[in-house]
Write a protein that binds this ligand. Structure first.
Ligand SMILES: Cc1cc2nc3c(=O)[nH]c(=O)nc-3n(C[C@H](O)[C@H](O)[C@H](O)COP(=O)(O)OP(=O)(O)OC[C@H]3O[C@@H](n4cnc5c(N)ncnc54)[C@H](O)[C@@H]3O)c2cc1C
Length: 232
């Protein structure tokens, strides 16, 4: 019997559990993945102030790089540069950020159970892949996957690759708008260091794999070290 059960052991679930535990209540986080923070489905671009507001000071493992500016490109290649030094934008390693949040939740007394899938809630009973649990409150932090069978209209598919490439400039985010290629979204480059970063594309009804191939070819030489396909 727990005061609260949280479904989803990612950033919102773990921070919710941290706050619930901090206030003296018993709480269990259910994460269906085999590891907190994995697979990493995030570009990691965040503001330092937002993290501070959430009570997280990025550890050396969590912090990847600092962003100095963003270049925004039009379909015809016109560009504007926005200096982002004042906004204190950083790139974090999302896998490590989630682990840091898990540590905070745990230190405040929350329990975390990985490879445990939330299945159903009836009254005060939570059915999971590892048996039933009783609780007074249920917090749903399953993220976008919760909407997968309901509100598909608002969901776009993304492809995001981690690549090594000389054209990835440290400290410089790039955003490419083109409503024909990326309807209702855009393509992006988020550097996590010199010559390494995350390249992504998303758009309504597009073949993300094909669009990503085109985008990467247009940029020049590269090596892909990781690929993810996720809803946003
Ligand atoms: C390609 C991509 C790039 C992005 N880049 C950025 C960025 O640069 N900056 C930024 O701020 N945001 C970015 N985002 C958005 C960001 O990832 C999300 O806003 C954020 O992860 C939402 O956190 P969450 O905890 O609400 O949900 P999620 O991170 O989606 O976590 C949901 C968790 O619930 C678990 N779960 C699902 N169903 C169950 C179940 N039945 N039982 C148990 N567990 C379950 C999942 O395994 C997962 O761990 C990006 C998203 C994508 C897809």
């Amino acid at each position: 019997m727990y005061d609260a059960v949280v479904a989803g052991g990612s950033i919102s679930g773990l921070l919710a559990a941290r706050e619930i535990a901090k206030n003296g209540h018993s709480v269990l986080v259910l994460e269906e993945g085999f590891e907190v923070g994995s697979p990493e489905h995030c570009g990691g671009l965040v503001s330092e102030n937002a993290l501070k507001e959430l009570g997280i000071e990025p550890s050396p493992k969590t912090f990847d790089s600092k962003i100095e500016c963003a270049k925004i490109f039009s379909p015809k290649g016109k560009e504007i540069t926005i200096n982002s030094k004042k906004q204190k934008i950083i790139v974090i390693n999302r896998r490590e950020l989630d682990k840091q949040a898990a540590r905070q939740a745990r230190d405040n007394g929350a329990e975390i159970s990985v490879k445990t899938s939330f299945q159903e809630k009836t009254n005060n009973l939570i059915r999971t892949s590892n048996g039933n649990i009783e609780c007074k409150f249920f917090v749903d932090c399953r993220g976008v996957s919760r909407l997968a069978n309901k509100d598909r209209d608002g969901i776009l598919l993304t492809a995001q690759y981690e690549v090594y490439a000389d054209w990835i400039k440290e400290g410089q985010v790039e955003v490419y708008f083109d409503q024909e290629k990326y309807p209702e979204f855009f393509a992006w480059i988020i550097p996590s260091g010199k010559g390494v970063g995350k390249v992504g594309v998303s758009g309504k009804g597009i073949n993300t794999l094909g669009r990503m191939d085109e985008f990467l070819k247009s940029k020049g030489n590269f090596s892909t070290i990781r690929k993810i396909f996720a809803p946003i």
